[in-house]
Design a protein around this ligand. Structure first.
Ligand code: SIN
Length: 465
């Protein structure tokens, strides 16, 4: 295997950089360095760690446009979305800079006279992270910030499609004063770096965002060293539109959740389940708005939807559309494509499909592309059954103005993140993560720092008789 790889702009095919893959020996050396650095980093006080994180966040903000431009070039998303992602990324650093100061222990009332029982929190050790190409900044900081705040050292392997954003964020962390062996970045094939990470007893925690099959392999490989794992895996988000819903709001929010990042997010809408009495109005309005979305290079100011990341993604999306159409789905918008002659750039026009049924692959497999399949329901329990009929349980959305329907849906949907009349529920201060095969653990919020901590308990006997 070549020891270099190129990073390409998915909107133009231009080569942006050639990056050297780290050898297994180099990665093991980086793990050793990170492990040794942990011995001193864990002793820095929480306020000092907080100050360094704040400085890191400020430097990222200072370089926001440069970072966002790099992100758009390597990922393809519109520049406005990249700028939004840089803000989202620093919001995690800001949140955990504060949480560092709140790693409280507790005193437990004793069961024996004179005893004192103390519980305290301690950093788990060296953390290894594998991050995805769809959010190269935010998925790195969502892991790095709580790890560093907790007193852990951190090593990240970004996706080969989008390493440049992560490399730049790591440089800025060093510029902020976080020691170079406390936060490190290595590059290489996921399979190889993943094996080095999981095999190493020095890595105490593995955190991964990516596909469910890869997550399962990493969980298995982590068993031999009994590593703590956090897994943010695939999703197949349902959107339920109840018959009393505000249709214009449902359309507006569905566009946001479906077409952000060209539909390449784990939490994006994948199955739109609409009450049969309003499906025609909803679908027509959704298709009208969808046709207005501008597809193109993310650096062009007017672009709403950029390219999909690569040929593999493109083929999967086209296959799902064709499978649905062959089995009877109607195309209300899109199902059009633009591929350059060198087969390096792949654009899929935002697509709305109606008359979608359970027999179609799109109802069962994550699309990771700008396609919205619409199906119908008559009774609410039927909508819930369709929504829960998947091994995934990351995000779900519903639209209703009826308090009883909303609470009933919230209680019965098996999902970790739920948006009620809201297509954009993500935020640094909430727990992000899924149920079932969508993952293990939560990132963000007060929950998001817990996985980086060990709990120690001290029982003090009666020292004075
Ligand atoms: C993801 O799709 O993996 C992350 C999206 C988000 O944080 O909103």
């Amino acid at each position: 295997m070549s020891n270099t790889f190129t990073v390409n702009n998915p909107a133009t095919g231009e080569t942006l950089a050639t990056i050297t893959r780290n050898s297994e020996e180099e990665i093991n050396k980086a793990l050793q360095t990170g492990h040794e650095a942990f011995q001193s980093w864990k002793k820095t006080n929480a306020h000092e760690r907080s100050r360094l994180l704040e400085k890191w966040s400020q430097l990222i903000q200072k370089n926001k446009l440069e970072i966002a431009t790099v992100m758009t070039k390597e990922n393809g998303k519109p520049l406005a979305e990249s700028i939004g992602e840089v803000d989202y990324a620093t919001s995690y650093i800001d949140w955990y800079a504060e949480e560092a100061k709140r790693l409280y222990g507790r005193t437990v009332p004793a069961h024996v006279d004179g005893k004192r029982l103390l519980v305290s929190k301690h950093p788990i050790g060296l953390v290894a992270a594998i991050t995805p190409w769809n959010f190269p900044a935010a998925m790195m900081t969502r892991k790095a910030a709580p790890a560093l705040a907790a007193g852990c050292t951190f090593i990240v392997k970004p996706a080969e499609e989008t390493p440049l954003t992560t490399i730049r964020l790591t440089e800025l962390a060093h510029e902020a004063g976080i020691p170079t062996d406390v936060i490190q970045c290595v590059n290489g094939k996921g399979r190889i770096v993943g094996k080095v990470f999981t095999d190493s007893p020095l890595v105490k925690k593995l955190t991964f965002t990516g596909s469910t099959p890869v997550g399962k392999a990493l969980i298995k490989a982590s068993a031999d060293t009994v590593k703590s794992v956090t897994m943010e895996l695939g999703g197949h988000a349902p959107v339920i539109v109840a018959k009393d819903a505000d249709i214009d709001k449902a359309v507006e929010q569905t566009i946001i959740t479906k077409f952000r990042n060209a539909g390449q997010t784990c939490v994006c809408a994948n199955r739109i389940i609409v009450h049969e009495s309003i499906v025609d109005e909803f679908s027509t309005k959704l298709a009208e708005k969808t046709k207005q979305l501008v597809v193109g290079n993310g650096l062009d100011e007017n672009t709403d939807v950029g390219p999909v990341i690569n040929e593999g993604s493109y083929e999967k999306i086209v296959h799902q559309i064709e499978d649905a159409v062959t089995k009877g789905a109607q195309v209300l918008a899109g199902a059009e494509y633009d591929v350059d002659e060198n087969k390096k750039c792949f654009f899929v026009y935002p697509t709305i499909l109606t008359d979608v049924t359970d027999k179609m692959e799109i109802m069962h497999e994550e699309t990771f592309g700008p396609v919205a399949p619409i199906t119908t329901f008559s009774e609410l329990d039927e909508a819930i059954k369709i929504a829960n009929n998947t091994p995934y349980g990351l995000a779900a959305y519903f639209f209703t103005n009826d308090y009883r329907i909303g609470n009933y849906l919230f209680d019965n949907l098996d999902y970790g993140i739920i948006g009620w009349n809201d297509g954009a529920p993500s935020a640094a201060h909430i727990p992000f993560g899924g149920m079932k095969e969508s993952g293990l653990g939560r990132e963000g919020g007060t929950e998001g720092i817990e996985p980086y901590l060990e709990t120690k308990y001290l029982s003090i006997g009666n020292l004075i008789d």
